[in-house]
Design a protein around this ligand. Sequence first.
Ligand code: NAI
Length: 254
Amino acid sequence: MQEKVAIITGGAQGIGRATTLALARDGAAVLVADRDESAAHDLVAGIRSWGGHAAACIADVSLEADAARIAADCVGTFGGIDILVNNAGIQRPGNVESTPLELWNATIGVNLTGVYLVSRFVIPEMRRRGSGAIVNVASLHGLLTEPGWSAYAASKGGVVSLSRAMALDYAAEGIRVNCVCPGAIDTSLLRSTASLEDAQHPEAVLKRWAAEQPIGRLGTPEEVAALILFLVGPQASFITGSVYSVDGGLGAGF
Ligand code: NAI
C-alpha cells in the first residue's frame, strides 16, 4: 500500500478503525472521514506517532457538501485518491410500522445515500489517477435478514445492489468495486444493539449471540479489515462486482 491514498468513512471506530489501522500499517496515507471528532483526531494522532500518514475529515456522509469536502480534503492533503472504503453506518431496529419516517430517512441517508454521495465525488479523482478500488461495507442483513430490521435491511440490500451497479459502470476505467457483508462483529454498534435488547444485561445478550454463530463467537473488526485490505490491494486485481460475507458461517444456513 506504499504510495496509496485511502479514504475510510466511519474510519474512527469499529470496523472502520481496524481498516484505517490495517491500511496505515501497510504504508497507505489514510483520511479518516467520520462525524466523531474526538475519536477521529485520537486515531490520527496515534498513527502519526509511529510515523504513519493520516488526516481527519470531520463530516457526515449523508450530506452532499460534506461528501464533497471529504474528497477535496483528501486530494488537498495527499494529492489524490486510490482507495475508498464506504463503511460509515448506523443501525436501529424496527418494522415498517414502528420505524418513524425520520429514522427511515436517517438510516437510508447514512447507509445508502452516503455510499452514493462519497463515491460520486471520489470517482472523478480515481479516474484522474487511471485506477481505483472501492469497498462498500454492507451487512449480512443486505442478503438475508430477520424480523424487526426493515430500514437497516433495506439500506444494506441497496448497498449490495449499488456495489454491483458501480462495478459494471466503472470496470472499463480500472476502478474496481466490491462489497463486504459482515455478520455479528464486536463493535460499539453491536454493543448498543445488545443494550437496546436488554439494557440491564447487554453482556448476556452478546454471549447468547456469540453462541448462536456457527463458529461459536463474535467476529472482530480486524477480521473484517483483513478482507477489505485484500480487496483493495493488488492481489484482488481481477475481482470486481463481488459480494463477500465475513460472518462466521451465519449466512451459510437457516
Ligand atoms: P461503529 O458504530 O463501531 O462505528 C461506526 C463509525 O461510523 C463511527 O466512528 C461513527 O462515528 C461513524 N459514523 C456513523 N454515522 C456517520 C456519518 N453519517 N458520517 C460519518 N461517520 C459516521 O460501527 P461498526 O460496527 O464498526 O460498523 C461499521 C459498518 O459495518 C457499518 O456500515 C455497519 O452497518 C456495518 N456492519 C456492522 C456489523 C456489526 O456487527 N458490527 C455487522 C454488519 C455490518
